[in-house]
Design a binder for this molecule. Structure first.
Ligand SMILES: Cc1cc2nc3c(=O)[nH]c(=O)nc-3n(C[C@H](O)[C@H](O)[C@H](O)COP(=O)(O)OP(=O)(O)OC[C@H]3O[C@@H](n4cnc5c(N)ncnc54)[C@H](O)[C@@H]3O)c2cc1C
Length: 477
């Protein structure tokens, strides 16, 4: 997605750096927040010979490892196993889903997280990074205070991440939960209302449906996954209907109450929904209110830290990355920004990150994966465009998997492919090729000339490009 950079900071230059010995409180680089962005920055900076202090108040690895990407994908994996057990008969295999043991699911999920956490801790300590546990406060452009101990850095990177937002008058607690609580439920609810049809909302809707719950998603915008090309929304909505996931789009939530026995959710339409739980998945806000940013006169907008494309804030020597900077809130964006900043601060001159080229995957069933511009954005940007939709019905591997879905390509007229949008089982695994196509500005003819292994789902990408290059093979009509 294009990110509006409404703050011009190009005249602010990073201070020149010198590699110094780490002393008790001084380093080349002090990083506030040890999530995806912060720790990636620390690892790369240490690799480049900088002395690094990394301050973290909770657990190294942040949201992604402990409350985000990894645990949700473990739940989705368990959900896939449940679906496979339920659907064995479709493949002539006699299986039955006896039930979901949430104790077992959580043990598996927590085991994955624990293993990765241990690995990450080992990595950080082996690189000589000074890891400081505690709540840091940004008290001056070169200083972070942690419980009275001051850490001074030639450069400071702010990487304090995000939190699950709620709505006014909707206090989290009891049966009103966010993804933080949803990840640790010890039971499968019979009925759930999911408020918000974005990535996090549809992923949990998918898990709970696979585990046997009745799920209703409520989304104020006219479609599910509204940040995606509307082709993806249509495909996903069709699949959710087939799966028996109810969704109500274009309708506003007006309130909710909870009692000992359940929740009642009210919609603007007058409808009331009864459920065991209400998952509030209305987006994530930046963690910037309590870290001293405003007091230090850091330029911000609605709580987000403003930077230029080199991630420089308005304060010399102070940088920001990850979920606190406007743009896609994704772990791999944070990793990339962390690496970028470490290299930039170390005096290398890495190219700024192209936000349009960042891949996006929603891991519900079926998956939604995309990179580059939606059709609407491509029209705004390029004027004349061409699109093609390739149905996975023509792809052998997708038929073997028994999945439906499609791939949509968007190209600038007679130009390169500027957007790839995919829906179907496992299409997230195709995003690697898709991102090379878009980021290397390949023409459909370039991709059409490449041989794709048979039978793979990647072949569907190849076929879509054959079709866009004017020589469709396994395509009807
Ligand atoms: C349910 C869910 C699923 C997700 N799934 C995916 C996915 O599949 N793929 C994907 O790419 N992204 C996913 N994300 C998003 C991803 O987790 C975030 O984009 C990513 O973690 C942001 O990294 P960050 O470094 O900016 O912040 P965070 O990971 O939030 O890290 C910030 C760290 O700073 C620490 N901190 C904050 N304030 C202070 C302070 N004052 N002093 C010291 N430490 C402080 C916090 O404790 C935290 O550890 C998901 C998020 C959620 C919630």
């Amino acid at each position: 997605m294009a990110v509006a950079r409404n703050y011009d900071l190009t005249d602010v230059c990073p201070r020149s750096i010198s590699v110094t010995e780490t002393s008790a409180s001084t380093a080349d680089l002090v990083i506030l927040g040890g999530g995806s962005g912060g720790y990636a920055c620390a690892l790369r900076a240490a690799q480049l010979g900088l002395s690094v202090v990394l301050v973290e108040k909770d657990k190294l690895g942040g949201t992604c490892l402990h409350r985000g990407c990894i645990p949700t994908k473990a739940l989705l994996q368990a959900a896939e196993v449940a679906d496979a057990a339920r659907d064995g008969h479709k493949f002539g295999v006699k299986t039955a889903l006896e039930g979901i043991d949430m104790g077992g699911v959580n043990k598996y999920k927590d085991g994955v997280v624990a293993k990765m956490f241990k690995g990450l801790q080992g990595l950080v300590s082996s690189r000589g990074i000074r890891y400081v546990e505690g709540t840091g406060k940004f008290v001056a452009p070169d200083t972070v205070d942690v419980d009275g101990q001051r850490y001074t850095g030639h450069s400071i990177v702010l990487a304090t991440g995000s939190y699950a937002k709620s709505l006014p008058d909707l206090e989290i607690g009891g049966r009103f939960i966010t993804s933080d609580q949803a990840l640790n439920l010890d039971f499968v609810p019979d009925r759930v209302v999911v408020l918000g049809g974005g990535v996090i909302g549809v992923e949990f809707a998918s898990v709970w449906r696979s585990f046997g719950a009745e799920v209703t998603v409520v989304e104020a915008l006219p479609r599910l996954v509204p940040a995606e090309d509307d082709f993806c929304s249509k495909q996903l909505e069709r699949a959710f209907r087939r799966r028996g996931i109810t969704f109500k789009t274009g309708v506003r939530f007006t309130g909710a109450t909870q009692s000992a026995s359940g929740v009642t959710v009210s919609l603007e339409s007058g409808e009331q929904l009864e459920a065991d739980l209400l998952l509030i998945a209305v987006g994530r806000g930046p963690n910037t209110a309590e870290a001293g940013y405003a007091e230090a006169s850091l330029a911000m907008d609605r709580g987000f830290v403003l930077t230029d494309e080199r991630l420089r804030t308005n304060l010399p020597g102070v940088y920001a990355l990850g979920d606190i900077v406007p743009g896609l809130q994704l772990a791999h964006r944070g990793f990339a920004q962390g690496i970028f900043l470490a290299e930039d601060i170390a005096g290398r001159t890495p190219a700024p990150i192209d936000e349009d080229g960042i891949p996006r995957v929603t891991y519900c069933e079926p998956q939604v994966a995309s990179v580059g511009l939606t059709e609407t954005l491509a029209k705004d940007r390029h004027g004349d465009i061409e699109t093609i939709i390739y149905d996975l019905a023509g792809n052998g591997r997708s038929q073997i998997l028994q999945t439906r879905g499609a791939i949509k390509l968007v190209r600038a007229k007679n130009g390169p492919v500027v957007g790839v949008h995919m829906v179907g089982d496992r299409v997230g695994e195709l995003i690697g090729e898709a991102q090379l196509i878009v980021n290397w500005e390949a023409y459909p003819e370039d991709v059409a000339a490449l041989v794709h292994a048979h039978p793979t789902q990647n072949e569907a990408l190849g076929e879509a490009h054959l079709a866009l290059a004017g020589k469709p093979l396994h395509a009807h009509g």
